[in-house]
Write a protein of this length. Sequence first.
Length: 154
Amino acid sequence: MMRGFPGIAEQAEAMRRHWPASRMRRIDERSAAWLGPVRPLMARYEIEIAYRVPHIVERIDPLGQQPKVRVLSPRLLCRDNDPEGRLPHVYGHPRFDPTLCLFDFETSEWTPFDLLALTTLPWSLDWLACYEGWRATGEWTGGGRHLQPVHAGA
């Protein structure tokens, strides 16, 4: 018998254990967002992890069903004409509320069976540590498959 995806209550309990400084905002019975502070290396960030639990019968679309992670503050800074792109490994326009690209959705590194507290949260910290290094050196050390960079004029 196939077990369903972890529900919001199960995700919330794991987040309370692993990220006690976060606050949960319930959107509806299958959706919630967690907001709170993180400090990967030097800087402190306020992030939001938004997630909607899919129905087990829905077509699994890893890109569409993955958690959405945004940095609320401080604003992520871009580097025009950088070989890595203005802001590497994000979805959406890098200057306007991008969401973090935390894993390769084509390789099933994350699925709706995973707990956000054990995947998305640590991957967000890793992304932010790589971001801090990239801002300091211009080199993205996070690996992964690069999305097409958005350069000046885009």
